[in-house]
Ligand binder design. Structure first.
Ligand code: C2O
Ligand code: CU
Length: 551
């Protein structure tokens, strides 16, 4: 069983136990003894099951189980003691205690804090006080006193300043001189009648093509997008001032304004650009396009296939005629916020690059699908013609093929290995991804969190230029998080404790599935304040956005 399924199993068992105890409590009050016994038995079985799930989660990593062991565990023990002592409200008390432990997992998670533990105790005591009022006034009073004391101390601890305030985004690094532009583009963002937002009236926006050595200049204009527009060169490690993150590297370009981006094309590969202002809405509505840098002139067919869902439909890819025997390079780009499954049928193929970086010794593949994270890119090379399907629908070439049962390539086991270039790390950070209640803003929200905090309260990660930095990214939530660091590519070291054994994988976007633990590392060699976030853009908007300062 994967850690992700243990997380789900534990949640279900917790729900069942809570419902069982509460049900037993309620039915015992109205005197339905058989039903009470049945529900109590169910709750007991679910509780025993949780011992198994919590042990499995602890073994997968303390991050997955901490609050279950330290808060839900003692609460469950207290409940069991109550049952053994056969107090009047023992069933209901067990329900409250189990439910409170569950709420701690769902609303707070990792890291565990004493404040939250006490708030859980306060909740259980308060509920017990109310239940006991009629039948046992003295116990009710004791419970009420406990509730108030735990509430006061717990609130004090939970509200105490924890994380230091976010560093101000005033570390703008001057743009290096890149010389006279050799490739000029103008992109004008405007809203269309049909709810689509487009650059130069087209979705995707104009393709930006350059050769290594070119100096690219892009003038961004905003006609009427009230929320502002910027251009972020996704996966292309530009100097910080050109990175296009509003409020961090520049101000958003408002209607009637413009901004000029200029950078050197020196990293051949497949990239894309998109607005980073109100990005969850802007990108979804169409403010994105392809950026391809080539090392030399095109041989054969070499095209980008950006996959994007617009109003529930895939944006069509222009057809290309491919004569038998033509060598083809398809540059697959996932511009959506969810992962896609791509299947190429009709020809053996190799994955020659991922996220703009060439792979070492990629073997030929047949009947194998590839999964691309939100924001990620895979370049496939083959001798055409062939048919490309995305999530079972043909998007390029003609024909249908049954590809649903194909295994998905694991890039960590593909291609030829090379030793990791570093043996020690100057800094290590752990990012535990989860959901949680965020009370710091004006309105409480159920945020996507990193280490229990949501943007803008996640502390900035500060490193020195030139340092080798390791990230451990842990997903203890129930949804996939495509992680994306700006300004750098990270080398994958391991996933779930198993070292990557294939080609060196330098990624800028990688899917961390529920229960997974990824270790990646990079050289912090691009000075400035960089966004570091989940590329499921609604998640980023809901808090899963942080910053890395390379000083
Ligand atoms: Cu493609 Cu910060 O994003
Ligand atoms: Cu996410």
């Amino acid at each position: 069983m994967t850690t992700g399924s243990w997380l789900v199993a534990d949640l279900l068992a917790g729900l069942l136990a809570t419902a069982g105890w509460l049900g037993a409590g309620a039915t015992s009050i109205i005197g339905r003894r058989r039903l009470t016994a049945g529900l109590a038995l169910l709750a007991l079985l679910a509780t025993v099951t949780r011992v198994v799930t919590v042990v499995a989660l602890t073994r997968a990593g303390w991050w997955f189980a901490a609050e279950k062991v330290l808060i839900a565990g003692p609460l469950t023990l207290a409940a069991l003691v109550g049952l053994v002592l056969r107090r009047r409200v023992a069933f209901l008390f067990a329900g409250y205690a189990t439910g409170a432990g569950l709420l701690v997992t769902v609303l707070d998670g990792y890291p565990v804090s004493a404040g939250v533990g006490l708030l859980a105790v306060a909740g259980v005591a308060a509920a017990s006080a109310i239940t006991l009022r009629g039948p046992a006034p003295r116990s009710s009073r004791a419970a009420a006193v406990t509730a108030i004391a735990a509430l006061v101390v717990g609130t004090g601890l939970a509200a105490a300043p924890g994380a230091p305030p976010a560093v101000h985004h005033d570390h703008a690094v001057a743009a290096p001189g890149v010389g006279e532009p050799t490739k000029r583009f103008t992109l004008t963002a405007a809203a269309g009648a049909d709810g689509v937002w487009a650059f130069n009236g087209q979705v995707p926006g104009p393709e930006i093509n350059a050769l290594v050595g070119d100096v690219i200049e892009v003038t961004l204009r905003n006609r009427d997008i009230g929320r502002g527009v910027t251009l972020h060169w996704h996966g292309y490690d530009v100097p910080n001032s050109q990175d296009g993150v509003p409020g961090v590297t520049q101000e958003a370009v408002l209607p009637g304004q413009e901004f000029v981006y200029r950078f050197r094309a020196d990293q051949a590969g497949t990239y894309w650009y998109h607005t980073h202002s109100a990005s969850d809405i802007g990108v979804r509505k169409g403010l994105y396009g392809v950026l391809v840098v080539r090392a030399g002139p095109v041989a054969g067919v070499d095209i980008a296939v950006p996959v994007h869902t617009l109003a529930g439909r895939l944006v069509p890819v222009p057809a290309t005629s491919v004569k038998p025997g033509t060598s083809v390079r398809l540059r697959l780009i996932n511009t959506d916020s969810d992962p896609h499954r791509y299947a190429l049928s009709g020809a053996p193929f190799r994955v020659v690059a991922i996220d703009g970086v060439d792979l070492r010794g990629p073997a030929s593949l047949v009947d194998t699908a590839v999964g691309i994270a939100a924001g990620g890119r895979y370049d496939l090379a083959f001798t055409g013609p062939a048919v490309l399907q995305v999530d079972g629908r043909t998007v390029w070439g003609t024909g249908e093929a049954a590809t649903d049962s194909w295994p998905v390539l694991d890039p960590l086991r593909y291609g030829e290995a090379a030793p990791v270039p570093w043996s020690r790390f100057d800094r290590s950070f752990t990012l535990v991804l989860d959901r949680g209640l965020d009370l710091r803003g004006l309105l409480p929200r159920y945020a996507h969190t990193v280490n229990g905090a949501a943007d803008p309260d996640i502390p900035v990660q500060v490193v020195r230029s030139g340092e080798i930095v390791k990230f451990t990214v842990v997903n203890r939530s129930l949804v996939v998080h495509p992680w994306h660091l700006h300004g750098h590519h990270v080398l994958v070291l391991s996933r779930d404790g198993r070292a990557a054994s294939g080609t060196p994988l330098w990624l800028d976007s990688f899917d961390v599935r529920p229960g997974e633990v990824w270790e990646v590392a990079f050289v912090a060699d691009n000075p400035g304040m960089w966004a570091n976030h989940c590329h499921n853009l609604p998640h980023a908007e809901a808090g899963m956005m942080m910053h890395l300062l390379v000083d």
